[in-house]
Write a protein that binds this ligand. Structure first.
Ligand code: LLP
Length: 424
C-alpha cells in the first residue's frame, strides 16, 4: 500500500519519480495516486458490502471531476452539499440515483436542481427546510425523497472545528424533535420520507463515538417504527479518520463491526459518506523551498506553497508530514526546521519538522496526506493562482486541473472607467 515510496532514494508516486513530474509541472502542485484511491475504496467496500452498506463519497473532500470519475467507476456514489458539487458529480458521470444531498443551508434553486436531476435523497436539516423542500417539490410537480438528519448529541472527540453532532452544533435536527417532525413530514404528499441521517464529525480516530451515535439511531428507528412510521434507510455519515504520521488510524474492520452490531439488524438500507478516508492519503502537495532564514528557535524554511493552497494547518492546527524528494542522509542529525508559506499571515505555518536532511533553496518537498480538503479548500488569497492537480496512474500522469492564471482571475473583475466617472 505504499503508493508514495522511495526507490533508489528518490520519492516515487506509483511508478513515477516525483522529480520527473516536478520538472514538467511548476510548484506548488497537488499530486494524487489513482491506485491509492482505488485501494482505499476497495478496503472500505470489502469491509462494508458484506453487511449491505453503500458508500457515497463526500465530494467536498476532493471535488476534482477526474477523482469523482475514478471513484464512480469503482461503484461509489456521491454525497454533495451544493449545486456546484451536483454539477461536478453529474459531469464526472456519477448516476443521479447514487447521489445524496447533505448540508444545512440549501437554497430553493439548489433543491430544485437536485429534484429535477432525480437524485437518490435529500438529507434535510431543519423543520424550516422540510417546508421549503415540500414547496419546491410541489411547484415542480415532483415528489422529494428525503431523510432527516439527526443531531444525536454525541461528541466525536475530534478537533472542535470539525465536530458536528453536539447539542450546540448548527447541524441536524435535535434527536428529541425527530419523532414529531418525521410523522408530520411523512404525512405530506410531496415528500417521500425514507429515513434518517447522522454525521458526527471528521478525522474521527476513537471509534466509540460512532458506536454511541449509531446506537442512538437504532433506538430512534425502533421508536419511529413503534409509532407506525416506515424507516427503510439509514445514512451513517462520514468521518472515519486516516492514519497520519505515527498515528495508525482507526481499524476499518472494527468500524464495520460497530455498524453491524448497532444498526445491522434493523433491515434498513445503510449508507456511509466518507470523504477523507477515500482520498486523504492519496495526495501530496509538492512545494519548493524558496528561502532559508534564521529564526529565534532555529532555521525557518520558506516554501512556495501557502495556506491558500493547504489551509488545514492554519485552520485546524493539522500537521502534514513532509517527505523530501531525496531520501535524507544523516537525517537524524539534520536541523529542526520550521516550514512556513509565503502568505502575509502568521498562521501560514506548516509547523516544525525534523529528519528532513539539510534543506536549501531549490529543495523540493511533498506534504503528505493532502488528498482530502487540500485543493478543494484552496483559495486565491494574496492573488495566488489555484494550483495544478496531477493524477498518477501506474506509469503515467495526467494534469486533471491546470493551474489558473492571474489573467483568468482578473477577467471576472471590473475596475470601472474612472475617466467617464462610472466607477463607484
Ligand atoms: N457527510 C457530511 C454530512 C459531512 O459534513 C462530511 C464532512 C462528510 C460526510 C465527510 O467527512 P469525512 O469522512 O471526510 O471526515 N475541512 C475539514 C473537514 C470538514 C468535514 C466537513 N464535513 C478538514 O480538513 O479536516
Amino acid at each position: 500500500q505504499e503508493w508514495f515510496h522511495y526507490r533508489t532514494g528518490e520519492l516515487h508516486v506509483e511508478n513515477l519519480c516525483l522529480n520527473d513530474i516536478a520538472r514538467e509541472v511548476p510548484t506548488p502542485f497537488y499530486c494524487y495516486s489513482a491506485e491509492a484511491m482505488r485501494w482505499a475504496y476497495s478496503i472500505l467496500s470489502d469491509a462494508l458490502s458484506p453487511i449491505g452498506v453503500s458508500i457515497c463519497f463526500a465530494v467536498k473532500a476532493n471535488s476534482n471531476i477526474a477523482v469523482l470519475r475514478l471513484l464512480s467507476e469503482c461503484g461509489c456514489g456521491m454525497d454533495i452539499v451544493s449545486a456546484g458539487e451536483l454539477e461536478r458529480a453529474l459531469t464526472a458521470g456519477a448516476p443521479a440515483s447514487q447521489i445524496i444531498f447533505s448540508g444545512v443551508g440549501k437554497t430553493r434553486a439548489e433543491i430544485a436542481r437536485a429534484l429535477e436531476a432525480g437524485i437518490h435523497q435529500i438529507n434535510v436539516e431543519s423543520a424550516a427546510e422540510i417546508e421549503v423542500v415540500a414547496e419546491v417539490a410541489r411547484s415542480l410537480g415532483l415528489r422529494a425523497t428525503i431523510a432527516l438528519r439527526v443531531n444525536p448529541d454525541v461528541d466525536a472527540k475530534t478537533h472542535a472545528k470539525i465536530t458536528t453532532a453536539t447539542r450546540g452544533s448548527k447541524f441536524g435536527i435535535a434527536i428529541d424533535d425527530i419523532p414529531e417532525l418525521y410523522a408530520r413530514a411523512a404525512a405530506r404528499p410531496e415528500l417521500n420520507v425514507q429515513g434518517l441521517a447522522v454525521h458526527i464529525g471528521s478525522q474521527v480516530q476513537d471509534l466509540s463515538p460512532f458506536r454511541r451515535a449509531f446506537a442512538a439511531m437504532a433506538a430512534l428507528v425502533t421508536a419511529l417504527r413503534e409509532k407506525g412510521l416506515e424507516v427503510p434507510r439509514l445514512d451513517l455519515g462520514g468521518g472515519i479518520g486516516i492514519a497520519v504520521g505515527d498515528n495508525p488510524g482507526p481499524d476499518i474492520a472494527e468500524y464495520a463491526a460497530i455498524i453491524a452490531e448497532t444498526v445491522g439488524n434493523l433491515g434498513c438500507h445503510l449508507t456511509v459518506e466518507p470523504g477523507r478516508w477515500l482520498v486523504g492519503r492519496a495526495g501530496l502537495l509538492v512545494t519548493e523551498l524558496l528561502y532559508l532564514k534564521d529564526g529565534q528557535d532555529g532555521p525557518i524554511a520558506i516554501v512556495d506553497a501557502g495556506m491558500n493552497d493547504l489551509v488545514r494547518p492554519a485552520l485546524y492546527d493539522a500537521k502534514h508530514p513532509a517527505l523530501p524528494f531525496h531520501q535524507a542522509k544523516g537525517a537524524a542529525a539534520s536541523p529542526r526546521y520550521r516550514i512556513v508559506g509565503p502568505i502575509c499571515e502568521s498562521s501560514d505555518d506548516f509547523g516544525a519538522y525534523e529528519g528532513l536532511g539539510e534543506l536549501k533553496a531549490g529543495t523540493l518537498l511533498a506534504f503528505d496526506c493532502a488528498g482530502a480538503y487540500g485543493a478543494s479548500m484552496a483559495s486565491t488569497y494574496n492573488s495566488r493562482d489555484l494550483v495544478a492537480e496531477i493524477l498518477v496512474d501506474g506509469d503515467h500522469f495526467r494534469t486533471i486541473r491546470r493551474r489558473q492564471s492571474i489573467r483568468e482571475m482578473l477577467e471576472l473583475e471590473d475596475a470601472g472607467d474612472w475617466q467617464s466617472g462610472s466607477a463607484p
